[in-house]
Design a protein around this ligand. Structure first.
Ligand code: SIN
Length: 345
């Protein structure tokens, strides 16, 4: 009798989709190297919550923050072999995979503001770069935000000459980041996100560049006395999935994932700046904050803009031109907007 009841329950569970899904959800392992209390971590949590509600438990998102499952030099391989299904690596970290075009986002002083960043991400340039991921067995679902990078060291870095001879940590073997540090007179040193605290503490690197949110959550303020608010380049992410896994998902599930990713991306763009501003308040307690006067900022810009020319064949001349056109268009729109306001007064 007991045997019969179990068999009956199994058949009922199989026939009733709701029960069956609840018993056996699709699991998406989402790995990333930052802390949960970062723009990336918060967006990942929002995405998880909405997907699990909207799919009524048919999909379960397992979040693995802080590189607890894979370090950032391991996670691309893990995604490609299907050990995890979703990642959100910094855009610079796609270079070792052979997708150098993401380096466009690392170019110094290419974006005047976040509006320009988002417009490029949402443009054909952003789509063209995502298409380069497909032969690597990945699909790009969204661009996520963190913020503009600042420079840290154990001495105040104000003038360009202050970089001379410093070993500066960069995120990955990436021609743009390497060229940027060399042009400043520094020596680029690659350390993964999890290695950088130790490298800075033990002197394998003298300084680094990162967003204030990462500087705070990775506790880099414990090993760096000065932080220069240079906003010299940008740090963003690509949310990527394993292509085969994605293509095997039921169509209705894919639609929900796409919609929830869109909503998480919008939320991310709303909170990223706030997270960085809040982190700055915390960091100020431990670190000397340096602000660049306008003439010195011009000195940095003059020193760094030649990087664009140096790497144009790596990131793609057409892409570069398209970004210049987008930022010029934005500039025009902003001027026209100001004129409208002026005329109304
Ligand atoms: C990240 O924001 O994902 C990592 C940044 C880093 O490597 O410092």
């Amino acid at each position: 009798m007991i045997k019969f009841s179990k068999a009956l329950l199994t058949i009922v569970a199989f026939l009733l989709p709701g029960l069956n899904y609840a018993a056996d959800p699709i699991v998406i392992k989402f790995s990333y190297v930052t802390a949960p209390n970062t723009p990336k971590g918060k967006a990942a949590e929002t995405f998880k919550r909405s997907v699990e509600i909207d799919t009524q438990g048919r999909v379960k998102i397992e979040l693995y923050p802080n590189g607890q499952l894979y370090k950032d030099n391991e996670e691309m391989g893990a995604l490609q072999r299907g050990a995890v299904q979703m990642l959100a690596p910094a855009l610079s970290k796609f270079s070792p995979l052979g997708v150098d075009e993401f380096g466009l986002f690392d170019l110094p002083y290419i974006f005047p503001n976040k509006k320009a960043v988002y417009r490029v991400m949402d443009s054909d340039v952003g789509k063209r770069i995502f298409a380069k991921l497909e032969p690597k067995g990945m699909l790009g679902l969204a661009y996520w935000d963190n913020g503009f990078k600042q420079v840290s060291a154990n001495k105040a870095i104000i003038r360009v000459k202050d970089f001379k001879g410093l070993k500066m940590r960069i995120q990955a073997s990436n021609k743009v980041l390497e060229a940027q540090m060399r042009i400043l007179g520094a020596k680029p040193k690659i350390f993964s996100a999890d290695q950088q605290y130790k490298a800075l503490k033990e002197g394998a690197a003298d300084g680094a560049e990162n967003t204030v949110s990462n500087f705070y959550t990775l506790k880099l303020y414990e090993v760096q006395k000065h932080l220069t608010l240079s906003n010299h380049s940008y740090l963003g992410y690509a949310v990527v999935v394993n292509k085969k896994f994605w293509e095997k998902l039921p169509r209705d599930i894919r639609t929900i994932l796409e919609q929830d990713m869109k909503a998480a991306t919008e939320y991310q763009r709303e909170i990223a700046q706030y997270e960085n501003d809040q982190a700055l308040i915390q960091v100020m307690r431990a670190t000397e904050i340096e602000v660049l006067p306008e003439d010195i900022r011009r000195e940095w810009t003059k020193a760094l803009l030649p990087v664009h020319k140096e790497v144009e064949n790596i990131v793609g001349k057409d892409n570069l031109r398209a970004i210049y056109a987008i930022t010029a268009q934005l500039d025009k729109e902003e001027r026209e907007h100001k004129e409208q306001i002026y005329k109304k007064k």
